[in-house]
Design a protein around this ligand. Sequence first.
Ligand code: ZN
Ligand code: ZN
Length: 407
Amino acid sequence: MIIGDGMADRPLRELNHQTPLEAAETENLDRLALEGVSGLLDPISPGIAPGSDAANLSIIGYDPYKACTGRGAFEAAGAGIELKPGDVAFRCNFATVNEDFVIVDERAGRIREDALKLADALKEIRLKENSDIEVIFRHSFGFRGVLVLRGDRISPSVASMMPKAGDKTGIFKPLDASVEAKRTSNALNEFFKISHELLRDHPVNKKRRSEGKPPANAVIPWGAGKLPCIKPFQEKYKLKAACIAAVSLIKGIARLAGIKFVDVPGATGYIDTDTFAKADAALRAIKTCDMVILHVEGPDEASHEGNIEGKISIIEKIDSMVGRIIDNIDLDEVSVVLLADHTTSIRHRKHTGDPVPITIASSEVLRDEIQRYNEREACRGGLGRIQGRHVMPLILNLMCRPEVLGG
Ligand code: ZN
Ligand code: ZN
């Protein structure tokens, strides 16, 4: 299963009313469409814009309305933190803020190695005003980190939105009148203040300023979540699966679902990722697993940046990755499911509720007339219009081990 995160899009005026998938050169994705059956997929249901947590969970067959307990929980699991029931976890961005705590760059210039050194400074943070709440901060990947609050009577019911340039940050408000929400927002506000003081004049940031790079002078927590209850994938489907991904959200979903995670050096979670390294890892994994989930984050990142050229270039890299894969497998033996987890609109720089194209290539599917992998062609495909929850049953059926109803 190959997932291009946010790879689907709407037609863009700049591309002569084509989508990035239509504008890109995608001979290998098109080969899959040619040798498969295509259709449209609503990750959740028509018109619902999912986060990547909800979308990816739905595609691998978990009810997003039950399994989605807040993005932070998956990010924490992906960063290797063993969450306890009662913990509240947050995804964090290293970011650049000005003196008024207005976000200047929500990714601090896509900081990478420097973030590790900054995270070291935050490891020992202890809250003073909220001293009965323990703080665990860990760097996860690139500009991303994870914050876990541990203690009695805390709650994910605090306003923690995905940070965006231009927004004011630093004050996290409770979302309800409970003591728990109040305690949690107090702890977040204190964490934000202490971390800002530690980061502001950190030597790494002094150096970044002198080099003209944006300093990572704030850590912004968002996506509050609690430990979900997820039935292990292997128990649910009797399939041994492996997952290849760069970002900790997907790593965390795999970890919490008991799916083996394969680390790939060179995977960056951005448009410069080493897609061939990922293809080779997938080819190795499929020799010992029933199913490999190969996730590429880059298209979503380019979309949120409004980067049309970047999105096309990562789609073309995914195309050559797919080429490497299909050149080394036999569609008689291995089926390939290609999809996006959701649409990320370049124009609006956010996820939308549009359906995405899906193609299932196998020597055993009834091929349709579709010869290209994109949103427009998929409308006419033989799969029709399906939902995220239908993907795993289709895969299991293709493997000749469908769920059987009745006798
Ligand atoms: Zn996504
Ligand atoms: Zn996104």
